[in-house]
Design a protein around this ligand. Sequence first.
Ligand code: GLV
Ligand code: MN
Ligand code: MN
Length: 418
Amino acid sequence: MPTPTPPTDCAVRFDPARVQRYIDDLGAIGVHPEGGLYRGLYTPAWAAAMDRMETWLRELGLTTRRDAVGNLFGRLAGTESARVVLSGSHVDTVRQGGKYDGALGAIAAMLAISALGEACGPPRKTLEVYVICEEEGSRFPANFWGSRAVTGQIRPEEPDRIRDADGVTLAEAMRAQGLDPAAIPSARRDDLDAFVELHIEQGRLLEEGGYHLGVVETITGLRHLRVHVTGRQDHAGTTPMDLRRDALAGAAEMIARLTKAAAAMGRPAVATAGMIAAQPGAINIVPRAAQFTVDTRHPDPARRRALVAEIEGILQEVAARRGLGLQVEQLADHEPTPMAPAIRQVLAAAADAEGLRWLALPSGAGHDSQILAPHVPTALLFVPSRDGRSHCPEEFTPVEQIVPGLRVLARALHALAY
Ligand code: GLV
Ligand code: MN
Ligand code: MN
């Protein structure tokens, strides 16, 4: 295993003002008219952000390459090995998201790897910045598109099957960006030795505990559902309450009970209904149908199973009691993913060498690291998030809290590649 030696013969420094400039420049691409950012996969804003990253990588002396799905890599070639130590994160954003989720990890890898090259010369193993094309699933219901491509997990039918809200298929969106869906298998990589992702915490544990950094032990498991409830359309004025089969009232009861079930299980169990729709959608009609999504998560495998089972039981009980039809569509299912102990240890040693207070913690958010981890030894480093805010325009980390993360990332990459 690599020994986590700090770079003693070469000092890596980061100028906070310069770091902030990169964050602000990337954060000016994809401004949403109602606030925050939106860089959906293969949109013009996404393409502009990827181009900007490529320009910077080249300016900083790295050799760039794009793969079949549009992932971008910036390479610092190793003197002894073409095996690759990879670091980065995603450039897409949620709708009305902030400028740190994902983007910070791509910028951090770029600055850490280029600084190492400048201060320490070429590494022994190859170092690469990984600018991931998509993680959030916010344009297409197909998240982790970039990391699933690199790990060979995209199923052949996905590009033609999966559509955005306007009915555009992933394959069509790829072609519009000059990418060939048939080439997706070529994105798979078998030359990776390690992956390290720097990310904002998106929670409040670091801030509340006064920690500089977090070293993630496990990324939470999740289940995503779309629930279809069907009832009977009736007149809202003349149909007595006891004779109704109101799909939306049923959905509302389901949501109230399933969120209560997660709250009753206690932290870190969560359940969210983030989208709801009803038909036909009129003030004076009892809704005949309703659909809502469920996102439920727990980092402990047994607790996650118990929570999912309880939620499914609630859906069935409410539907049966109210005489409603129920169809539960599973959109995603991820087991909790542990990070590699050896790479976590490298991060912990680097944080100790920098004299920083760090916390071992679970991640409640999903990350590309969970996709890479079963294939490549992987670890995830958190910097604090102000007030724990994320997936919103208020997302913020002061640059003074980012620079320690950059120093630890650089030290860890040095330990892994030099
Ligand atoms: C991604 O940010 C997720 O956790 O949903
Ligand atoms: Mn993210
Ligand atoms: Mn996110």
